[in-house]
Design a protein around this ligand. Structure first.
Ligand code: TYD
Length: 205
């Protein structure tokens, strides 16, 4: 039986990475073989592109093209083989992030992104997408706190508030458009409360 493809999305500072690690353990504890991976990245080639994407300034279209170049290798080398083996795949960001960041945030036309999506993963969509949603003030406060803790912000994290507002709006619009596979999680609550909601979800798997 084919595995289940679950993706995690949200604006920077939503706390997605914290929940990703916990979720991976919870899914494995249910007895599912799990591949936990991320984008951009997920392959040695993709991780090299990640480093460039997160630190080098470039045209918005270049950014979209490189995201999808990394994604193609990820789909071919990692995601499809895992799903075919029956493994579950938990992916920290996928194509919804390109619609939200390069599309919503940077204004790359949706039709162009859709054309790349059709080349890179025809027929493949997540079975479930968890959107960790927080108001901008919360994400900003979390990013500033992690910066105060000594972590330097990458290219996207350093964007202005208006950028994140557009990214969030684009994510919520996709959640509305693809309501059957999306679940919006209020990630402004304390970690324990979000975790309780996730635990309830996982208990059904
Ligand atoms: P992120 O997933 O937040 O990783 P970390 O939690 O380690 O910081 O960082 C990836 C960044 O890449 C994030 O700012 C969003 C951006 N991104 C895009 O702009 N488009 C994409 O298609 C993807 C996958 C990510």
């Amino acid at each position: 039986m084919r595995g289940r493809f679950i993706t995690l999305e949200g604006i920077d500072g939503a706390g997605k990475s914290t929940h990703a690690a916990w979720l991976a353990e919870a899914i494995a504890a249910r007895g599912h073989r799990l591949v936990a991976t991320r984008e951009p990245g997920g392959t040695p080639f993709g991780e090299k592109l990640r480093d460039i994407l997160l630190h080098v300034p470039m045209a918005h279209e270049t950014e979209a093209l490189l995201m999808f170049a990394a994604r193609r290798e990820h789909v071919v080398q990692v995601i499809e083989p895992a799903l075919d083996r029956g493994d579950w795949v938990l992916c920290d960001r996928f194509t919804d992030a390109t619609y939200a960041y390069q599309g919503g945030g940077h204004g790359v036309p949706t039709a162009q992104i859709a054309a790349l999506e059709a080349i890179v993963h025809p027929g493949l969509q997540p079975d479930l997408t968890l959107l960790f949603d927080v108001p901008l003030a919360v994400s900003r406060e979390r990013l500033l706190r992690s910066q105060a803790g000594g972590r330097s912000l990458d290219k996207f994290e350093s964007e202005e508030q208006a950028f994140f507002a557009r990214v969030r709006t684009a994510y919520l619009a996709r959640a509305h458009e693809f309501a059957r596979r999306f679940r919006v999680i209020d990630a402004s609550r304390p970690v324990a409360d979000v975790r309780a909601e996730l635990a309830e979800l996982v208990a059904g798997w």
